[in-house]
Design a protein around this ligand. Sequence first.
Ligand SMILES: [Zn+2]
Length: 86
Amino acid sequence: MALRKERLPETRVRIFEDHGWLCHLCKQPIDPKLRTPHPSAATLDHVVPLARGGRDWIANIRPAHLRCNRRKGRGPLARGDRYYPV
Ligand SMILES: [Zn+2]
């Protein structure tokens, strides 16, 4: 089964590979084949949010699942949120 990660720009793929395709928030593997809006899709998380002065640079970017990235950005899940287990 061919991976579809070639759709990602090369730099993004390198970041994922540098981190072994592990989510830096939950430490679980990320499946390169999944695409947003799948909650386990690969996203890049800014360790220091750009809004707080973080720089859009490799050292500030780490892989995260979409659901983990959203959870971090929004704080604890509120009742009624539409996240679901994978
Ligand atoms: Zn995660």
